[in-house]
Design a protein around this ligand. Structure first.
Ligand code: MG
Length: 158
């Protein structure tokens, strides 16, 4: 068994789509980033890569590479799963938390779980997604940005 942890933040900006957990969410603001800035998928990718001993998302998908400009983070997750699988691992379970004051995340969680569990190749119940506000404290509370945390447990495949 291997445990991994991931953390990511992205800044709120006007004029961008909001993508979280592979799902587009209607909101007045989006997140700034080289890719689609899906902060939850990025935290999950980092947890997966960390558990597999494969460095981090910035190493595999650098934000200086034009190939990843505006890319759908689901593609990054799919590629991360390919790397994790090639190392001989499969996913036992994932748990994650999104921290944002707005918009309401909860109504979108079932769809995020459906989308992510399909890419990760596990049953729905093995991908935990939770959401909380930051009680108006810190950069999340001031609505400057959004944060995501993820942990993953991998097991040897065989
Ligand atoms: Mg990121």
């Amino acid at each position: 068994m291997r445990i991994g942890f991931g953390y990511d933040v992205h800044r709120w900006v006007e004029g961008r789509e909001l993508w979280l957990g592979g799902v587009q969410i209607p909101h007045s603001l989006g997140l700034l980033g080289h890719s689609d800035a899906d902060v939850l998928i990025h935290a999950i990718c980092d947890a997966l890569l960390g558990a597999a001993g494969l460095q981090d998302i910035g190493y595999h998908f650098p934000d200086t590479d034009e190939r990843f400009k505006g890319i759908d983070s689901k593609i990054l997750l799919r590629e991360t799963m390919r790397l994790v699988f090639a190392e001989g691992f499969e996913v036992e379970n994932i748990d994650s938390t999104l921290c944002a004051e707005r918009p309401k995340i909860n109504p979108h969680i079932p769809e995020m779980k459906r989308v992510l569990s399909e890419i990760i190749g596990v049953e729905n119940s093995r991908v935990g997604i939770k959401a909380t506000t930051n009680e108006q404290m810190g950069f999340v509370g001031r609505e400057e940005g959004i944060a995501a945390y993820a942990v993953v447990l991998l097991r040897n495949r065989q």
